[in-house]
Ligand binder design. Structure first.
Ligand SMILES: [Cu+2]
Length: 620
């Protein structure tokens, strides 16, 4: 009898798990909930299986990974979508068809506890029954345990990296239509300072990610789930989106209207989720991770396979010059969005201001190796004398149209993106993607020019930076601050201070952090009672930075003013501890008023890199 049972079980296993090379893992767009929902009960049979995953073209190269599947169906990455209304009971069977023990997280009532896991030996089944819990955005994920001690933040990697899925509980009543995007990162190694990555959204890497189409003025709701082991500063081109909730995968915090955040970049740390609301303007936009290692054209499946073969992650393989037409200068965590109908022209005042932005080779200078830099020319005056990194601050005026002729004097193509600026997508600086009618935004070839035209609709802090061959060009110095002032206001650099955090070196590997292109900053002299505005920008290629303002007795207090160029509502423009983490692609403005004479320090640090730059300040 026992032997018969064992034989039956073995037959069952064979029937359910064809060899991995025959099993194609499907990319899951997270549109169709899995299982059967009847009488407020969801019945779902999930399996953990091995298969081949095609993050790029369906006929392209593949990686052998583990994935969740609904019984009798192809495995999916992200895993089958669990989506039910509040009040649903979930009856779930889980079967481990992998060769190792699987530890499964998140298959329980929410909010839930991170340590409430299911341990499932190979070949075993488990039946789970629980009620869905509170409305929100959650995730379930699994690891095959043996390598967790080597993983980052206890999150799975490599063959386990796609063992994750969305778990959404809708509020009672008619659910609003939305989309769910799961961010994933396959990495070959976690023990080396740099890994080879395949970063994906819903199982696909740009340019194979889903193309989204909306109409201007639509109400667009997204749920984003970071199922990877790294943070992702998610950046929207051309307009702001609103963050309505944030969660850690186990619990979800819905913001009140006063708490909702209006951003162009929001960082999702590993395991985190967010719900966003966006009213798209017409144009062709991208929404992408601002960590260059998650969009670099070297992060392809072919590179991942090569790295796996050689077991060398740091090899800087030779890449032929990419074909920059068609938007293929990026891969990975990028969504392309087309929004139909015309954007109304912004209200303008006065004559168009004309500038030239010169892109040139930059000579080496103390502590900073040679690279690229910007100069600004207006009325035949060139500022500064030599190209610098960061480039000179561009000071523009709200409502005043500007025409910036980008002059490429490099030996390679480039482009300029106006980060945070609400403009027409043709001028947004994404070659081969941005468009005006049928005309795509071009690359700016060596020796040629491109005229960018826009009218800043709001005053605030922004930046300009290259959007081509980013790893080399951003690391090389092609970025600068952009400040928009209210009409009639003058920029006073003694009271209005810009701090641009960056890092030299390809892949962000070499070199310490820099602030305003230097590792040491000359002392600032401030006056008691005078308000100072601090504009904090991170344009490192893949790092966060911790800014803090300290006095003799420790941390001071400052007032939050703006995020990503947009003034904060009064409910958020509050006094708080003068400490802020800024992720790559994020911008924060604070105001500080010194109350007594003292020696202060603005510290800009990256603890992971053990690197710090200090801005000394003497208050009299
Ligand atoms: Cu990222």
């Amino acid at each position: 009898m026992l032997a018969t049972l064992a034989l039956l079980a073995a037959l069952h296993l064979t029937a359910q798990s064809p060899p991995a090379e025959q099993t194609r893992i499907q990319a899951n767009a997270n549109r169709i909930p899995a299982g059967k929902l009847e009488n407020r009960v969801l019945t779902l049979h999930l399996e953990l299986r091995e298969g081949n995953w095609f993050p790029e073209a369906e006929a392209g190269p593949s990686l052998k990974v583990y994935a969740f599947a609904e019984e009798g169906q192809a495995p999916q990455t992200p895993g089958p979508l669990i989506r039910v209304p509040e009040g649903t009971e979930i009856r779930l069977t889980l079967r481990n068809l992998l060769p190792s023990v699987a530890v499964v997280h998140g298959l329980h009532q929410h909010p839930g506890a991170a340590n409430d896991v299911v341990r499932l030996p190979p070949g075993e089944d488990r039946e789970l029954r629980f009620s869905a819990g509170s409305a929100g955005t959650y995730q379930y994920w699994a690891s095959t345990a043996q390598d967790l001690s080597r993983s980052r933040h206890g999150r799975p990697y490599r063959e386990d990296s796609q063992l994750a899925g969305a778990f959404v509980v809708d509020p009672p009543g008619t659910a609003v239509s939305d989309r769910i995007f799961v961010l994933g990162v396959w990495r070959n190694d976690v023990t080396k300072p740099l890994s080879q990555y395949v970063p994906v959204i819903n199982g696909k890497s740009w340019p194979y990610t889903e193309r989204l189409t909306y109409s201007q003025g639509d109400q667009v709701r997204w749920r984003l789930i970071n199922a990877s082991d790294s943070p992702h500063p998610m950046h929207m081109h051309g307009s702001y989106y609103r963050v309505d909730s944030v969660g850690d995968g186990e619990r979800d915090q819905v913001f009140t209207p006063e708490q909702q955040r209006f951003v162009v970049t929001h960082v999702l740390d590993f395991g985190e989720t967010m719900t966003t609301f966006w009213v798209p303007p017409a144009g062709k936009w991208i929404f992408h991770c601002h960590f260059l290692i998650h969009t670099s054209p070297e992060m392809t499946v072919a590179d991942a396979l090569a790295a796996q073969k050689k077991d060398i992650a740091e090899n800087d393989s030779d890449h032929p010059e990419m074909d920059h037409a068609g938007g293929n200068h990026m891969v990975g965590m990028v969504l392309g969005i087309t929004v139909t109908r015309d954007r109304p022209p912004p209200a303008t005042r006065g004559r168009t201001r004309k500038l030239r932005l010169i892109v040139r080779e930059r000579p080496a200078r103390s502590g900073l190796s040679a690279g690229f830099g910007y100069q600004v020319e207006e009325k035949h005056r060139l500022i500064p004398d030599q190209p610098t990194a960061p480039g000179p601050p561009l000071i523009l005026q709200r409502g005043k149209p500007v025409e910036i002729t980008i002059v490429n004097q490099l030996a390679q193509s480039t482009s300029v993106h106006w980060h945070g600026m609400e403009l027409e997508s043709y001028y947004d600086g994404v070659p081969g993607w941005g468009a005006k009618g049928n005309e795509l935004s071009p690359v700016i070839k060596p020796g040629s020019t491109f005229v960018a035209r826009f009218t800043p609709p709001r005053a605030g802090t922004f930046m300009y930076h290259t959007h081509l061959n980013d790893e080399a060009q951003i690391s090389g110095g092609l970025y600068g601050p952009l400040v928009v002032l209210e009409p009639g206001k003058k920029f006073d650099p003694t009271k209005d201070l810009i701090f641009v955090m960056s890092r030299a070196g390809r892949k962000g590997l070499e070199g310490p952090i820099f602030v305003n292109g230097a590792s040491e900053l000359p002392t600032l002299n401030w006056r008691v009672g005078q308000p100072y505005r601090l504009r904090l920008i991170d344009i490192s290629n893949s790092n966060n930075s911790d800014f803090s303002l300290r006095g003799p007795n420790g941390l001071l207090q400052w007032r939050a003013i703006a995020k990503d160029g947009a003034d904060l509502p009064s409910s958020q423009a509050l006094m708080k501890d003068a400490q802020q983490q800024v992720a790559a692609g994020e911008i924060y403005d604070f105001e500080f008023v010194p109350r007594e004479p003292a020696s202060l320090r603005l510290e800009i640090a990256n603890t992971g890199l053990n690197s710090k730059v200090v801005q000394p300040i003497e208050v009299r």
